[in-house]
Design a protein around this ligand. Sequence first.
Ligand SMILES: [Zn+2]
Ligand SMILES: [Zn+2]
Length: 580
Amino acid sequence: MSEKLQYVRHTLAHLLAASVLQKYPHAKLTLGPAIDTGFYYDIDFAGGDTPGDADLKDLQKGMKKLINKWTEWSHEEVSATVAREQFAGNQYKLELIDEIEAKGESITLYTCGGFTDLCRGGHCEHPNKEISTDAFKLDKIAGAYWRGDEKNPMVTRIYGLAFETAEELAAHEHRIEEAKKRDHRKLAKEQGLLVFSDLVGPGMPMWTPKGNVIRNAVIDYSRQLNKKLGFGEVHTPNVNKAELFKCSGHYDQYKDDMLSVTSQYVKDEMFLKPMNCPQHTQIYDSQPHSYKELPIRYADFATLYRDERPGELSGLTRLRAFAQDDVHIFCREAQVTEELIKVLDVIKEALARYGVGYWVRLSLHDPNNREEYLGDDAAWERSENELREIITKAGVPFKEVAGEAAFYGPKLDIIAVDALGREWQISTIQVDRVQPERFDLTCINEKGEKERIVMIHRALIGSPDRFIGILIEHYAGNFPLWLAPSQVAVIPVAEAHNAYAIEVFAELEAKGFRVEIDTSNESMGKKIRTAKQAKLPYFIVIGDIEVESKTVTLESRDTGTSEVFTIDALLTKLNAEKST
Ligand SMILES: [Zn+2]
Ligand SMILES: [Zn+2]
């Protein structure tokens, strides 16, 4: 967000507050920041009259009227006493004043168009001239805990959308509409891909046979790419003793996010694993390794468990149980660069196949929060420089962001960009010198001495479960041929065509395609509509001509065109499409 837009949005939050006070004088204002798509203001209506969605239009009208008088901001620094008088009876503002005072910072009041608020500043100077009244809109009302803490009272949050131009606002609203249509929770249900059950628990998806076709296709593709890079696939258990995580450091840094397990026979503290890395160190360390064997690479698709807050679980976006296409590379210092470049290449290849755009976030540690990270400064500096160099060399778009590193090392995070331009962090590459130290991982070098090795963590598309959620929305449910749960529907026009239709169906199925046949007595129009609703990539219509000439007429979901093929030519076409 540009500074200018940030100022506009924050100013609009004040303008909203002013409009609210006109209509609801009893309201207590709290905080009103700018956000990614506009602004909000959290307001306590103190048990009095509270606006609903129907009142947004009125409040918005109020804003547009008030803005004419909002010609210029003025501000003054005041003492805590004066500020407390100004906001007497408003416990939220009083709390903020106490905090500012305790920090020894100055307390400022900002005024515009006769409206005064406690604020640090950051407004557009002349709101009436700088804000386009058709580029903002009040959006919705929601509940929010004061300062995001569920122990605090609930206040009313009024959201507004704001952009630099009316066109940008319209484009945003269009994207939201489109996102609603593509909502993976809705489409996955319509297509019967997965199920959540209250009895199983929130955040733990169960894939139906149809959905699991997609899931397996995604995993198999990652497997295929792993194989190319020389990975051996391992299989590891879900439950682990706490000792493992104490050694890895997860116990201290990550315990609150792990689900614990108890046994009736042993007293060991145990957890469902939130990641595979610590276990892979144990496979590596189960025997001595010569430098000649390195790099050693393990892939693992085990299910992982994280104790996410139930309120934050939503569809496939955030889960308690999910797999990852997780791999670990155990290598020597001198091999790190080459391994990373290979890994980046494969991620590029994978995302191209899925047709998903991306950029890379170089996630660095936050020097102001040094205690959150394990390992010494030298190791951090070296890892961070190394990633910076490699990502520059790889020639992929990237941005550096401090504070996004893992507690044991910096990361390259792959941020996917979907068809609606939304960004999703999917996969991660990490160079780790901390775990090898903690687990004392070595190889025997040329001199016959023990040499400390490096561990690289990497996922390609991250979690298949979560990635499919992204893909459903990216494709709007129209999966490409290689991923589609059902690839082709065979539709005989009338009963007389069933025999040949069954022949075609059997031939396609024998050649490894996922085929459906509709021999019901429904009309052809109805059969085609059903196939279209199911979003199958292709359907084949079989009537007199096809039976006679031993051909098929193939209709495409994506182009809407139809073409006549012999069965052999059809197989060649579909096979070619499946593998590209
Ligand atoms: Zn302000
Ligand atoms: Zn790992």
